[in-house]
Design a protein around this ligand. Sequence first.
Ligand code: FPP
Length: 250
Amino acid sequence: MQTTVKYNDGGQIPHHVAIIMDGNGRWAKSKGKHRVFGHSQGANSLTIIVKHAILRRINTLSVFAFSSENWKRPASEVSSLLKLFSLSIKRELKELIENDIKIQFIGDLTKFPASLQKQMSQAMEKSKNNQGLNLNVAVNYGGRWDIVNACKLYMQDVLLHNKDINALDEAVFKDYLSLPCDVDLLIRTGGEYRVSNFLLYQSAYAEYYFTDVLWPDFNEADLDKAIAFYQKRERRFGMISEQIRGQDAN
Ligand code: FPP
């Protein structure tokens, strides 16, 4: 869909990159392996991409690791994914902290086993003062859930803390979402052209980059291609080209 353009180190770097990491199952099957093997390779790709995001000075990286709908998968796959999350936290936390990464798990965490919830909160607590990359891992997450949840939280403030309902506007509302910051570049791997309920509100003005590369194969060069695509976009936010370029618009 996109023409290949070269990454420019002096060019604009997206502040917030979101990734729908799709294609683990197909990648594994193409190698005659079980889908779960694809997820574990997917975890390795994530480590590589996190390091590269830091190198490219990306401020915030949000990844979709488990959607609210993924519970519908075979029980054995769901349980393997939860084990993988737990294992990855154990294995990677020390390095995340050493690399000044602030990790946040977003989504309805209450549905996970207590031990996993504890690991997630400890990881968030231990890294909360870090100043480097903000890494958001969406688990049991859905964009619609996020919006409804933000409405509920605001209503609670109205009912319990005398918040004025008329004070609600877009700027106030975003702070009730699991992430307040707009997505600049949304990447989806695995050849599908949909958003699948990821960061719906936050991606209103995102640039969308779709690639056929399956997530376990997605590497540093692929992230650079996505950034290069972003660097060629003219983000108009409803305006016209001449306004963006500071030219006479009449
Ligand atoms: C989608 O591929 C991928 C997932 C539902 C799981 C994503 C999880 C990881 C990449 C593991 C690493 C995450 C962490 C936080 C350690 P798919 O299974 O839908 O692939 P398919 O479309 O080929 O079936």
